[in-house]
Write a new protein. Structure first.
Length: 157
């Protein structure tokens, strides 16, 4: 279910997430100001899992990123926090069809489910599609506009 946040009633505590299994970008906000940003990469705790790779490491990798995210969001778990997560949308292109056939979209969707499943129940979760928040703009244009509006954000990690 998609939830619209009214502009006149922004959340005090917000976490925005651009998820990915090779790295998940997270920005923490308080009163509409970015506090810090971080790209979380999976840290495989078991060398055997790294060597195996493939499908078998999907769930440990997803849990690892989710646990790192929750550690970084430690202060936010005590307050009512809104979490905005980018979620894939259906596109009829050949590239997207290949992503579905290879299973990459299913793995990505499962990862988002693991991430949400490990979040505190009191957090309000909003799923947004890429076209729902940035339209068809290239990534560098969106980054430049956000930097111009909010300034540089302190990167951690």
């Amino acid at each position: 279910m998609m939830v619209k946040v009214r502009k006149k009633d922004p959340p005090k505590y917000l976490i925005s997430i651009d998820p990915g299994l090779s790295g998940t970008a997270v920005v923490h906000w308080i009163d509409r100001q970015p506090i810090f940003a971080q790209v979380m990469k999976p840290v495989m705790r078991d060398v055997r899992e790294q060597l195996k790779g493939g499908e078998s490491d999907l769930i440990p990798r997803a849990r690892d990123i989710a646990q790192n995210f929750l550690l970084a969001a430690d202060g936010f778990n005590l307050v009512d926090t809104t979490v905005v997560i980018e979620f894939p949308e259906y596109q009829a292109s050949a590239e997207r069809a290949m992503g579905w056939k290879t299973g990459s979209l299913q793995r990505f969707t499962m990862f988002i489910g693991v991430l949400i499943g490990m979040m505190p129940n009191r957090w309000r979760i909003i799923l947004v599609t890429p076209s729902g928040w940035k339209g068809q703009l290239p990534k560098d244009v969106v980054q430049r506009r956000m930097t111009n509006k909010y300034g540089a954000v302190k990167m951690i990690g």
